[in-house]
Design a protein around this ligand. Structure first.
Ligand SMILES: Nc1ncnc2c1ncn2[C@@H]1O[C@H](COP(=O)(O)OP(=O)(O)OP(=O)(O)O)[C@@H](O)[C@H]1O
Length: 326
């Protein structure tokens, strides 16, 4: 029996929330059995998601099992659902990334390999990260609230998620995003919007793409939000409006430049160079309100979430504990 240092003897156990359509369950079970034995924990409780539920029932049942750790084995959608329910509880999420995007795992540098991810879930340290919330206003006035961990996107980015060929995505995963980005960039569909940052005034503008991020998004190798940090209590936005002439060239250079700075260890200088131009504009706030002249498709962490006429995006500072490398 494992004892917590100095206190009464307590056997700890984990709960595993698994999307069986995304994970090789037998391999997961054997990796979890090995990791819990090494940690001296009791056998984990198992909770499967279902095709008709977004994972909420499984997560709530796992939460009710009073476990010390909730292992989430699924894609970004299952993770978002788990994050919504676990925010503020202090119970850490051990992530076993099993989708094709796995945006959040990539952001945090978590292992994508099943065995390594399970080991880290049981043996890693807890890191407090921010959780972003989007209140979506539908064209008929209905409102829905959803969490996201990496980014919300309207325009190019939403088109990117919608257009990404699902079969291609299943085969080559992350790389499949670059082709839709290229195709979206060639189109020049723009939309009118107003936005307000915290208590600031409403600003009218026209954009091709708006991306609001909780963490810096290295999408298809482009560092879209160079200043976004997952635990700073802030949202970061980029508004792209290429216009005529050199707009996209400017954006392309800027994104490439962000990436070079990031890769060469000069990431801290990115902010200094990412000042506004006409074509690309960065912003930072705790709350961002956006309203569109016409309904626009929105995506959260790479998954399309229908059309919205407005959205309010906020961040809950340090709401979520995630197992990371020491
Ligand atoms: N038991 C199940 N059997 C079949 N499908 C399931 C089951 N549980 C969940 N699903 C489906 O899995 C999908 C959610 O997958 P998840 O969010 O884990 O990955 P994802 O975000 O789609 O991953 P990615 O987009 O990165 O591939 C939903 O469409 C849901 O209906």
């Amino acid at each position: 029996m494992t004892t917590d240092a100095g206190s009464a003897s307590v056997v700890r156990r984990a709960a595993v929330v698994v999307n069986p359509s995304k994970v090789q369950v037998a391999a997961l079970r054997s990796a979890v059995a090995a990791a819990e034995a090494t940690a001296g924990w009791a056998p984990s409780g198992w909770f499967e998601t279902s095709p008709t539920d977004d994972g909420r029932s499984a997560v709530l049942a796992a939460l009710a099992s009073h476990s010390a750790l909730i292992v989430v084995a699924g894609g970004d959608g299952t993770l978002r659902t788990a994050a919504e329910s676990l925010a503020g509880t202090g119970i850490p999420i051990g992530l076993v990334p099993s989708g094709t995007g796995n945006l959040f795992a990539r952001e945090l540098g978590l292992p994508l390999n099943l065995r390594a991810a399970v080991d880290l879930a049981f043996a890693g340290s807890d890191r407090m990260v921010d959780l972003a919330t989007a209140v979506l206003e539908r064209p008929d006035g209905e409102r829905e609230e959803h969490a996201f961990l990496v980014m919300a996107g309207i325009g190019l980015d939403a088109e990117m998620a919608a257009k990404t060929n699902q079969q291609l995505k299943a085969r080559i995963g992350w790389l499949a995003y670059s082709d839709p980005i290229a195709r979206s960039i060639l189109g020049n569909k723009q939309f009118d919007l107003t936005y307000a940052l915290d208590d600031g005034p409403e600003v009218e503008t026209r954009a091709h793409t708006v991306i609001v991020g909780n963490s810096g998004s290295l999408t298809a190798g482009m560092l879209l939000l160079p200043n976004a940090v997952v635990d700073d209590g802030m949202l970061d936005a980029v508004i792209m409006r290429p216009g005529r002439g050199a707009g996209w060239t400017d954006i392309g250079y800027r994104l490439a430049f962000n990436r070079v700075l990031h890769r060469t260890g000069f990431g801290r200088f990115v902010g200094r160079f990412s000042r506004e131009t006409r074509a690309i504009r960065y912003a930072q706030a705790r709350t961002m309100k956006v309203r569109f002249a016409e309904p626009q498709g929105i995506q959260l962490d790479g998954d399309p979430h229908g059309d919205v006429i407005a959205a309010t995006l906020t961040v809950r500072h340090h709401a979520l504990a995630v197992r990371v490398r020491h």
